[in-house]
Ligand binder design. Sequence first.
Ligand code: SF4
Length: 342
Amino acid sequence: MPSARRVRRALAAAAAPAPFADARVIGLPRALMAYRLGAKWRAFFEELGREVRVSEPSDRGVFERGQALSVDECCLASKLFLGHVDALAGEVDAVFVPSLSGSDALHTYCTKFQALPDLVRSAFALAGREVRVLDALLAEGGAEKDERASYVELAARLGATRREGERAWRAACRAQRDRDASLARAQAELVAASSRLPRAERPLAILVAAHPYVAHDPFVAGPVTDALRAAGATVLFADEFDHARATRRSHDFSATLPWIVNRELVGAVLELHDAVDGIVLVSAFPCGPDSMTDDAIALCVKGRPVLTLTVDAQSGTAGVETRVESFVDILTYQRRGGYLNG
Ligand code: SF4
């Protein structure tokens, strides 16, 4: 005789709709938080037997597609997101567009992440276009039980049982943990190898602090990192650092900073401060969270030059290259003892 609890669960499962049970190929836009949580999302869907198709890296074509669907006020990063959704729309059974909730007002995400499914649907509707959006409210950064429940609910919409959903969530967490750990380890080894060289032989180490979808997107910060490397610098990334350690350290900077990703970046800047010669803050125009956080970082960071760059959909990269080259020149002179001694 099944228990009342099991009967209730079975009835709930039977009643719950699985509107995406037929979606075999899931599109993952290569934009926004896919740069931070993409390994997790890919593993989750693959564990549920889905094929995952990731859109191609951003370029001007992707940006123009997104801009055509967007209102002017949207930030560059969310315009690119719309462009990636558009690139996938006719190619997959559904495009994954999650909404990230955080846990409370002091552990949250930019409002764009929360409103993303509505933003995508309304942008396409206004353009008279159709896109099948697989949305989900994910409790990322909240209590573990809430996060697990949100993924199990997403799995149910794909027709999976609770057990299958939990298994997929565990596989997803494992994949993301492995990826984060391997990036953080590789960067720590780079820092350690550089510190073993005599100071005069060490290449300049420059920390790029930016949201991952800014720092690693070839259309957004690509010209910045290319110019830094072309100038002979070793480029480190604030997002490729132990996230838990960075979050803890961020409390030295602020007790009330509400955005989870900005907190990780700020904490990594503080942790890596002594290992780098300079810091480049890159932000996508117009970014609300960065406009507040970057100004505060620039004021608080002592003893290391800081370059702040706001990237728009520029049609050329000459301006960025010039500013990066001047910054590297300043750091090089500083390394030699300053302008008076250089
Ligand atoms: S944090 Fe800034 S760049 Fe990122 S989505 Fe929000 S407004 Fe855009």
